[in-house]
Design a protein around this ligand. Structure first.
Ligand code: FAD
Length: 455
């Protein structure tokens, strides 16, 4: 039996971040992974999808090159070459991560692990004991009752990132972040795309104004969507997939992407047997990611917090530091930056207007239209920066739509997390001409001294 300070089950964003930080703090660490180090984000999520989106951006730029006076002709997408580019990025990062884990003296164990005691994980018949056990087994793509994933015509993101041709037409079931990102990729690649979303808006967790702007942009791009209507059934034939909605409408496409959310990987791993409190498969933890069983922690998509890689990183680091006795501050989940990396991007941090009102704030709002921003005009992008603030108080939320606005979150999250007021930000100088000026201009306007703003 091998003994460690920390035994971590799952080598995705949450698990490996916990391993690296624990080792940095002088703890002995075992990291157990059944598949590939890096998990969903590196191999099936963030990185491959963003590579596909970038290839889509290059395709769109080529199509629209003449708008900028550049002679170029878009011919077609070579999916094998796109995949080679995407896989090259993933493979380089994978190698880098493997080197990092090795260099920090983390004991890396390949195999399927199961919790067989309160502080014991068994892999291939060998038991690993940890003074602390961190569960980080992540999530899987869900489907709906009666909707069977066949991996060919009815697929999830797992197959979508590996497709070897551009489908002529796609129905995307679910207009959340993952659904909208794939819709954007496929439209850029030349597919006919229809999104079906049961809620009244695309990216429904975002501020309503951001959703509406994304919908406007998608309409302009020719991405079709049906909102506020639920899926009823799907049938497949040689001609494709027929999807029927509850209102009786029928849509047909070559492929149906099911993007209806992700559920925790927690079945048959010994979690119930060890008495861990669970809810719908998620492990329930306190604000330091402690489960109800002393010495067992859980992080990442396995717990009901935002399913984002950087949340997994933050929770993994939090647990490592708590175990090492550093007493780190609990995570403020409102302050987590969120991005939908479509064309256009949707980025936000903090509260939506509706949330701020629900929490009893006397809310003021400010919309800065990117039409007034020089760099946005150069890029020919449309969108806005919206501020939600407490009257005579701090900025409570920043919501942005437009090309590349995800990069503006670096500043937006500092503004929110440091509880800045509009006048604090108005005093800062933003480089001209950059998109970041739109963040500065929005705060100038909210502080009562608009510069490049009409009205
Ligand atoms: C298509 C897509 C796009 C995404 N894009 C983004 C994005 O742009 N930005 C962002 O922040 N997030 C994004 N995400 C979400 C992000 O990938 C996840 O939030 C993140 O990977 C969660 O990390 P995790 O460590 O909790 O789980 P995972 O990354 O899923 O890792 C869990 C690991 O545990 C392993 N494991 C499971 N069970 C066992 C076992 N019994 N024994 C051994 N090993 C086991 C698995 O093999 C896996 O490697 C995306 C997700 C998807 C699907």
């Amino acid at each position: 039996m091998s003994q460690f300070d920390v035994v971590i089950l799952g080598g995705g964003s949450g698990g490996y971040a916990c391993a690296l930080r624990s080792a940095q703090l002088g703890l002995s660490v075992a990291l157990i992974e059944v598949d590939k180090l890096g998990g969903t984000c590196l191999h099936r999520g963030c990185i491959p999808t963003k590579a596909l989106l970038h290839a889509g951006e290059v395709a769109d730029n080529t199509r629209h090159a003449s708008d900028f006076g550049v002679n170029a002709e878009f011919i077609s997408i070579d999916m094998l070459a796109v995949n080679a580019y995407k896989d090259g990025v993933v493979s380089k990062l994978h190698k880098g991560l493997q080197g990092l884990v090795k260099s920090r003296n983390v004991t890396y164990i390949e195999g399927h692990g199961k919790l067989v005691g309160k502080n014991i994980v068994e892999v291939n018949g060998v038991q690993y004991t940890g003074k602390n056990v961190v569960l980080a087994t992540g999530s899987y793509p869900k489907t709906l009752p009666g909707l069977t994933i066949d991996g060919k015509q009815i697929i999830t993101s797992e197959q979508a990132i590996k497709m070897e041709h551009v489908p002529a037409s796609v129905i995307v079931l679910g207009g959340g972040v993952i659904g909208c990102e794939f819709a954007s990729v496929w439209k850029s690649f030349g597919s006919e795309v229809t999104i079906i979303e049961g809620l009244p808006h695309l990216v429904a967790l975002e501020d309503e104004s951001s959703s509406k702007q994304l919908e406007r942009a998608y309409r302009k791009r020719g991405i079709n969507f049906e909102l506020g209507v639920r899926f009823a059934s799907a049938t497949t034939s040689q001609n494709g997939v027929n999807v029927t909605l509850e209102d009786g409408k029928v849509f047909t496409a070559e492929v149906l992407l099911v993007a209806v959310g992700r559920g925790p990987v927690s079945a048959n791993l010994g979690y119930e047997e060890q008495g861990l409190t669970m809810d719908r498969g998620y492990l329930i933890v306190d604000n330091k990611c402690r489960t109800n069983v002393p010495g067992i922690w859980a992080v990442g998509d396995l717990i009901p917090t935002l399913q984002l890689a950087h949340v997994g990183f933050a929770e993994g680091i939090l647990v490592a530091e708590e175990i090492a006795g550093l007493n780190p501050r609990a995570i403020n989940y409102d302050g987590v930056p969120r991005v939908t990396y479509s064309e256009p991007e949707v980025a936000s941090v903090g509260l939506t207007t509706a949330q701020a009102k629900e929490r009893g704030h006397d809310v003021v709002e400010l919309n800065y239209d990117l039409a007034g921003n020089g760099k946005a005009q150069i890029l020919k992008t449309a969108g806005s920066v919206k501020l939600v603030a407490a009257k005579n108080g701090p900025v409570l939320g920043i919501h942005m739509v437009g090309a590349r606005v995800g990069e503006l979150l670096a500043e937006a999250q500092l503004i929110f997390n440091w509880e800045a007021e509009a006048s604090d930000v108005a005093a800062l100088i933003h480089a001209h001409p950059t998109l970041s000026e739109a963040v500065g201009e929005a705060h100038l306007a909210l502080a009562g001294k608009p510069l490049h703003a009409h009205g």
